[in-house]
Design a protein around this ligand. Sequence first.
Ligand code: ZN
Ligand code: ZN
Length: 371
Amino acid sequence: MIRIVFFICFLIPTGIAEAQEKRVSFPDAGGYKVLVCDPHIHTVFSDGLVWPTLRVEEGIREGLDVVVITDHIEYQPHKEDIPNPNRNQGYELAKTFAKDHPILVIKGSEITRSMPPGHFNTLFLQDANTLQKDDPFEVLREASRQGAFIFWNHPSWPGKAEDGSVHLFDMHQQLLKEGLIHGIEVINGKNYYEGAVALALKYDLAMMGSSDVHGLTEWDYQISKGGHRPSTLILAKQKTEVSVKEALMERRTIAWYNSLLAGPEKYVSLLIQSIIKIRSAKYQGSEFMGEASVLSIVLENESDVEFILENVSHYSFQQSLETVVLPPHTSKTLFVKTLKKLKDVEIPFLVKNAVIGVNQHPTWVLKAAIN
Ligand SMILES: [Zn+2]
Ligand SMILES: [Zn+2]
């Protein structure tokens, strides 16, 4: 009898999505869905170490909404074992595998040239095979003809800048003039390029974050211990390929890794407002102070981002310093010394973990009616 029960257990299939809880999650922001996307991933169809279906499986397990497999067009180190004559093959395998799962797989490729111009990802391609041309201008023009969204990868590598600065060569100026660059990586793997933030704002480019993973995401980011991969948060009207493309073309993106958020002020502010919630604000009496003037405010962080909030108001706090840390998916009570009883309160904070320009942080104002 026991043997039969075991046998039956082995026969019950377990879906990937059902077997794992969603790991990363963000609430909607300003009417947009906040989609978590990794737009830069490698497989054995270039210099990665895994099969494309495993990339989709990792994405589902980590709670990603969108993945883009971007194997190098030109660099094919596994060619002897995997000849890869059809450069769309990796995408097709991944797309078929993803069919019954809530994850979008978008067709992409990485154009791989020495600097300048360096490496570029092309997304929403129709046919990756047509990108096998000598002249990088011709390759990017062809991608553009196919309606691709094009972004500049790890812009200070390959090159001499190890300090996060980004050098714009004449070739890049020309590509920008032709409208062939729509985004730029400000986060690639564990690297942050502040020079790319400045360029994104100057030339109206989408700020992108990606893993550029070649091995397992678990190896690089310890997902099983609560880590996550660097990603792009896309503010899209719907969770569809059309909406994702529209959002990228309209630059509605925020690059994200751990506590770092980098994006345009408008969208970063929308995101912060949707994430940090005020659960209550009331005065609490105490044995010693009677109807005291210490206001207790409960804040909740509804996201996977750790927030670092620096109080820039004239109020001070009773039980904490001026800088308040709100870990992911937690709530925290602030005890604000208002000195007199108020009916409502406004406390501005600098959000130190978010950047809206080089060394520039957005302000979030805690506004509460007191009950
Ligand atoms: Zn690259
Ligand atoms: Zn890459």
